[in-house]
Design a protein around this ligand. Structure first.
Ligand code: UDP
Length: 538
């Protein structure tokens, strides 16, 4: 029997019996609905009710058992977008005995990852909300391997980037609509529900104006491991940059156009003495775009979802983001945040059109392409006169849409000037350095010795050993920070020192107890942990 269970082909009667006897078993990680991922055995889905079903039996498990808090507001977020009220997951409960009266269950043998895509028609959302989170959710749970299957429950059709989702596992992902064709009651033998948010870096402005997430937890290293995986699956090899260096202009062909693209390309080629080529989602395959960007020296594009492709740029290269008139680059930073993630090693440059003469507006287009004809006259006039879109919430602010869908004639000299401020010499990939950004360990064997001179003067000599990991590292600059705090006081004297010992005499009183805190600092900003506090009595 145990042999049968290990086979992918399921023994139907055994599976049904297990479901009836054991019911559904759920164990989750996470303390809140926003950080929860649940693992299920025998989670079912009624394609008629469009509801997940938890079957109770004597052997069923539900952890956490939240009672009605499960609805406040939900058990978990099904997408990686935090606490979005269209993306909640829950199930309805039934006794396993009810199975007698229900359609015969159809079992899903593959290990399943059940989740929502957030906006599968927009490339930024595809990568940031779906592909990266799915990839790292799969890394978190070993049985979510290449033989597992993705189930997208948001209800959208495949969308134009479905091929990208297919790269994540060897099995065709299934959409909510397709489940109906499989049966009336589906039961997932083993499934994970939810998505890790650990790799996301941006919040889109549902509760406060958009901006970088408050607590970013991903670095360039994890981004690159993901892009390397994607390139392998796309059959794009990372060529050793033997060939000629070049600049990629990623253009949009439908809206938010660069009106003088030919002039821009010529100017870039001339200024940087490099071939300059254009690509667009409309005209090039995804693998072609990835192949080009992964060997480029610079990527230039209007603000827009296509800029998420800077994920694939080599280290040391440059992203140039162009903003239409009245759009403040500091207020819309998904691509700046990406380029400047720790260890991402990209140079980021933004340029904004500040010249009204060089912008083309489309007041008569539909509202979702920036039209404003539906607004009252006074509001239209205010928008047209305004020089900057005020901060706003997502997603239907007409002034924002009006401005972001403008076409722009780029003022070439001002653009070249801002790029030159950042890119001093020839742009291009930088050779991989010794891993940078490693933090010091604690200093070791800290000791102090006090000496008292008379009744009012004293000295404190403190010494310590280098952190253990330093002897294996190449570090440009090693410094030590020492805090001296009189016991019982809540202020302290801070010192930055270059050596492993120091005698303190300023403000040191005799017959006093001092707390001495020491930590190591690499390269000015890599602060290590404090060693255990040292007690010194003068
Ligand atoms: N898009 C494109 N060319 C265009 C207009 C849009 O490739 O001329 C792509 C864009 O990169 C994104 C999707 O179509 O993946 C939706 O674009 P939208 O303007 O709605 O979003 P944004 O780019 O502002 O995030």
């Amino acid at each position: 029997q145990s042999q049968e269970l290990s086979q992918v082909q399921i023994d139907y009667h055994a599976a049904l019996q297990a479901l009836v006897e054991d019911g559904t078993r759920m164990v989750c990680t996470g303390r809140m609905h926003t950080d929860r991922i649940c693992r299920f055995e025998s989670l079912c889905y009624s394609t008629e009710a469009e509801e997940f079903v938890f079957f109770h039996s004597n052997a069923s498990v539900m952890l956490p058992n939240l009672g009605s808090r499960r609805f406040q507001p939900a058990l978990l977020d099904l997408s990686s977008v935090e606490d979005h009220n269209t993306q909640y997951f829950n199930f309805v409960e039934l006794p396993a005995a009810a199975l007698k009266f229900m359609p015969k269950p159809v079992f899903v043998p593959d290990v399943a990852l059940i989740t929502n895509r957030f906006n599968p028609d927009n490339l930024m959302h595809v990568f940031h909300d779906d592909l990266l989170p799915i990839f790292y959710t799969m890394q978190q749970f070993p049985d979510l391997d290449l033989e597992s299957r993705l189930f997208f429950m948001e209800g959208w059709s495949e969308g134009q980037h479905f091929d990208l989702y297919k790269l994540l596992s060897n099995k065709q992902p299934l959409l909510r609509e397709q489940l109906k064709t499989l049966g009336r009651l589906l039961c997932f033998t083993k499934s994970y529900v939810g998505l890790s948010k650990i790799t996301t870096w941006y919040q889109y402005g549902f509760v406060q104006p958009q901006g970088p997430k408050a607590n970013i937890l991903v670095s360039g290293n994890e981004i690159r491991q993901f892009t390397e995986f994607m390139m392998e699956r796309l059959n794009v090899s990372l060529e050793e940059s033997s060939g000629e260096e070049y600049i990629v202009v990623f253009s949009r062909t439908i809206n938010r156009l660069i009106l003088n693209e030919a002039e821009l390309i010529l100017a870039l080629a001339q200024e940087f003495q490099m071939k300059t080529i254009t690509v667009s989602i409309e005209d090039h395959s995804f693998s072609h775009i990835v192949r080009l960007i992964s060997n480029a020296s610079m990527l230039v594009s209007m603000h827009g979802a296509q800029l998420v492709m800077s994920l694939f740029l080599p280290r040391g290269t440059t992203v140039v983001e162009l903003f239409p008139y009245a759009i403040n680059p500091e207020h819309y930073t998904p691509y700046k945040t990406l380029a400047t993630l720790p260890g991402m090693d990209l140079q980021y440059v933004s340029w904004q059109n500040t010249d009204r003469e060089n912008t083309v507006t489309y007041p008569d287009r539909p509202w979702d392409q920036g039209g404003i004809a539906h607004l009252d006259k006074a509001e239209q006039e205010r928008i047209i006169k305004s020089k900057e879109v005020p901060r706003h919430l997502c997603c239907r602010n007409p002034e924002w849409l009006f401005r972001v869908y403008q076409d722009t004639k780029i003022d070439i000299p001002s653009l070249i000037q801002v790029i030159r401020q950042t890119v001093k010499s020839k742009p291009g990939p930088k050779k991989q350095k010794w891993p940078s950004g490693l933090y010091p360990g604690k200093v070791r064997d800290a000791k102090c010795q006090a000496s008292v001179q008379g009744t009012s003067e004293a000295k404190l000599s403190v010494s310590w050993q280098i952190p253990w990991n330093l002897k294996y590292l190449k570090v440009r600059e090693v410094k030590y920070e020492v805090w001296i705090q009189e016991q019982g006081e809540n202020t302290y004297m801070p010192y930055i020192l270059s050596h492993q010992n120091h005698t303190f005499s300023e403000n040191i009183k005799p017959f006093t107890i001092y707390l001495v805190w020491i930590r190591c600092i690499f390269n000015k900003n890599l602060l290590g942990p404090f060693a255990d506090v040292l007690l010194c009595s003068t």
